[in-house]
Design a protein around this ligand. Structure first.
Ligand code: PGA
Length: 252
């Protein structure tokens, strides 16, 4: 059975002290438990370096929440994929709904970010998902198909040649931080649809892993993970609490 992925997105939360402590608490718990999953945390970028220097647990992978769509150069405030590689980052998030909808990042720029990450051999967790309005209008499949197609338009060769470097995360925007989650039937349908869409774009040559994100808690993680084709979870709020995060890892 392939490894499940449990990823914690800390977003813009915490301080230097709390971030280092949280990563240490998670590392400590990982030492005590023999999880087979791939466990990744995405702290605020500024705290990645202190976290790297304070904890060295080979089981805990680190990722950045963001990356520049450009290579190194005159792009004030940006952080390039090669800088992340320099810090030995394993992963980067791209296309999170907060970046799409609050920071107005569009498919083209997101695809460029994925290209930069591929060039630097960093793994990508690429988020897709429909808004509440799109969900209510029954546009979920159309939206997901368009988001996946846009990603493949620029990166198909990369994706087919290095399928393990890309993981998709289905995160309905209306489920993020709201306590709402899709029904079992909706999840089965949607994951099946994403799986088939990827296969049709790659002529069945690459079956990418697909995660679910949106209001995951220790109470619903087990049921969620029963969904066919669901390979793991991307967790926001609950990942800020070491116990909850580890409880989720334990239930899977
Ligand atoms: P949530 O966030 O678990 O707090 O709903 C998920 C995410 O934004 O990745």
């Amino acid at each position: 059975m392939s490894k499940k992925i449990i990823a914690g997105n800390w977003k813009q939360n915490g301080s230097l002290k709390t971030s280092v402590k949280l990563s240490k608490d998670i590392s400590y718990a990982l030492k005590k438990n023999n999880f087979k999953h791939e466990i990744i945390i995405f702290p605020p970028t500024l705290y990645l370096y202190p976290i790297i220097t304070n904890q060295k647990h080979e089981k805990l992978k680190l990722g950045s929440q963001n990356v520049s769509s450009f290579n190194n150069g005159a792009y004030t405030g940006e952080i390039s994929a090669s800088m992340l590689k320099d810090l030995k980052m394993n992963y980067c998030l791209v296309g999170h709904s907060e970046r799409r909808h609050i920071l107005n990042e569009e498919d083209a720029v997101l695809s460029d970010k994925v290209s930069r990450l591929y060039e630097n051999n960093l793994k990508v967790i690429y988020c897709i998902g429909e808004t509440l309005e799109q969900y209510k209008n029954k546009e979920t499949k159309t939206i997901l198909k368009n988001q996946i197609r846009a990603l493949f338009k620029k990166n198909k060769l990369n994706i087919v040649s290095k399928p393990r470097n890309l993981i998709l995360a289905y995160e309905p925007v209306w489920a993020i931080g709201t306590g709402l989650i899709p029904t079992d039937k909706e999840l089965t349908n949607t994951f099946n649809f994403i799986y088939k869409t990827i296969n049709s774009l790659t002529n069945n040559k690459s079956s990418l892993k697909i995660l679910y994100g949106g209001s995951v808690t220790p109470d619903n993680a087990f049921m969620l993970m029963k969904t066919k084709h669901m390979d793991g979870l991307l967790i926001g709020g609950a990942s800020l609490n070491a116990k909850k995060f580890i409880d989720i890892c334990s239930t899977i």
